[in-house]
Design a protein around this ligand. Structure first.
Ligand SMILES: Cc1ncc(COP(=O)(O)O)c(C=O)c1O
Length: 373
């Protein structure tokens, strides 16, 4: 099996904790245990038994997750080590060599790389910048055809922060059903909408659908490594067999803490915290981008602490990011890592003063670059 390097994850692993300013992160500044729990609850933690937990997630945790999807039974949920494990299990269990997979681009390329490694023929469904990062209806018709096995989306999208418009959602659902395909929707940014209106899940919208969620982005808890998938009982039972071969289960502490995080009132507080950070920081970033005039052009995100901007420099995006890293010790993500050069993804979920200082360094770099032009 040939597996391509997951370039974005590798670059982040190498640099995110080493640079002066990490503006490559797609989530918001993470919470501490002290911010998540009361003193009483932290004391209770010392009594949590560090045994194996139920391998598909404990009933209390799956009960909390089930509240996020109307009409779902906890048996339709599998708890995983991050949404990345859920994505992995879906690709591993669903793809056979030669399958046709339609993959939304630009996108987080985990399932793109895995689908190819498992032998699929992967065809892009492009979100178009000029359409506000939506797919063109004619492209939906053209790429989702009888014989398509899977259609993979990230909604809200990474890196653009766009949310599929209702008519296009329905068109995709209709085409997937007509093709007899499966729809896989990575919904890990659900809950991080600027408007405060939670994006409707694809769960339950068609028979052959699996959705993925997790606590890393909208909840500000990536270090818990807690994700899940939800789908039809038969699929979830099949995936359990695969899960037994990967991580078996999440850690007992993670399971316990995730159930706490998803208690209704606390969940709302976490989502409001994320939305407040995004609402506060996005104008700072937009003001900064606009100060460069026509050198940047972008569609503002609707969700997530990420903005995907085109730039007007005659520079490949990986090269540009590498230069900024080398000269200014700031990490950004190149458009190349989403299969779209001449773009940058800027993460703006950190503390405002940190964000401003990081952007200040990038501004120095760009000013020097402009002088050389
Ligand atoms: C769309 C998407 N899915 C999955 C992941 C993996 O997240 P985690 O495993 O922390 O839940 C990411 C991380 O950036 C992402 O952007």
């Amino acid at each position: 099996m040939k597996l391509d390097m997951f370039k974005m994850e590798r670059m982040q692993s190498l640099w995110e904790n080493a640079v002066d300013y990490n503006l490559s992160e797609s989530g918001v500044h993470p919470l501490t245990l002290n911010e998540l729990l009361s003193a009483e609850e932290i004391k209770e933690l010392t009594g949590v038994e560090l045994g194996y937990t139920q391998t598909n997630g404990t009933p209390p945790l799956r009960q909390q997750i089930a509240r996020l999807y109307p009409g779902i039974d906890p048996e339709n949920i599998m708890v995983t080590a991050g949404s990345s494990e859920a994505n992995f299990l879906l690709m591993w269990s669903l793809i056979e060599p030669g399958d046709k997979v339609v993959f939304e681009l630009p996108n987080y390329l985990q399932m793109w790389g895995l689908a190819k490694a498992f032998g699929a023929r992967v065809e892009p469904l492009w979100l178009k910048e000029e359409l506000g990062w939506q797919p063109a209806p004619e492209d939906i018709n053209r790429v989702i055809t009888p014989g398509t096995k899977l259609v993979i989306l990230t909604n809200p999208n990474n890196p653009t922060g766009s949310i599929l418009k209702p008519g296009l959602r329905e068109k995709i659902i209709q085409r997937v059903e007509e093709a007899g395909a499966w729809l896989i929707a990575d919904e890990v940014y659900r809950g991080a909408e600027i408007s405060g209106e939670e994006t409707a899940s694809f769960y339950g919208q068609l028979k052959q659908v699996a959705v993925v969620g997790g606590l890393s982005k909208a909840y500000g808890l990536p270090g818990l490594r807690l994700g899940w998938l939800a789908g039809p009982g038969e699929l979830v039972r099949k995936i359990w067999t695969y899960h037994d071969y990967t991580t078996i289960s999440v850690s007992a502490l993670t399971d316990h803490l995730a159930a706490k995080a998803l208690e209704p009132d606390r969940r709302l507080k976490l989502l409001n915290r994320t939305r407040d950070i995004i609402r506060h920081n996005l104008p700072l970033l937009e003001k900064w981008l606009q100060s460069f005039g026509l050198q940047f052009s972008y569609q503002a995100p609707s969700a997530g602490a990420i903005l995907f901007t085109a730039y007007n420099y005659d520079y490949n995006s990986t090269r540009l990011v590498e230069q900024i890293l080398k000269e200014k010790n700031v990490l950004l993500v190149p458009g190349d890592h989403f299969e779209l050069d001449r773009h940058l993804r800027l993460g703006f979920g950190s503390r405002p003063e940190y964000l401003q200082a990081g952007l200040g360094r990038v501004a120095e770099f760009l000013t020097e670059l402009n002088k050389k032009r």
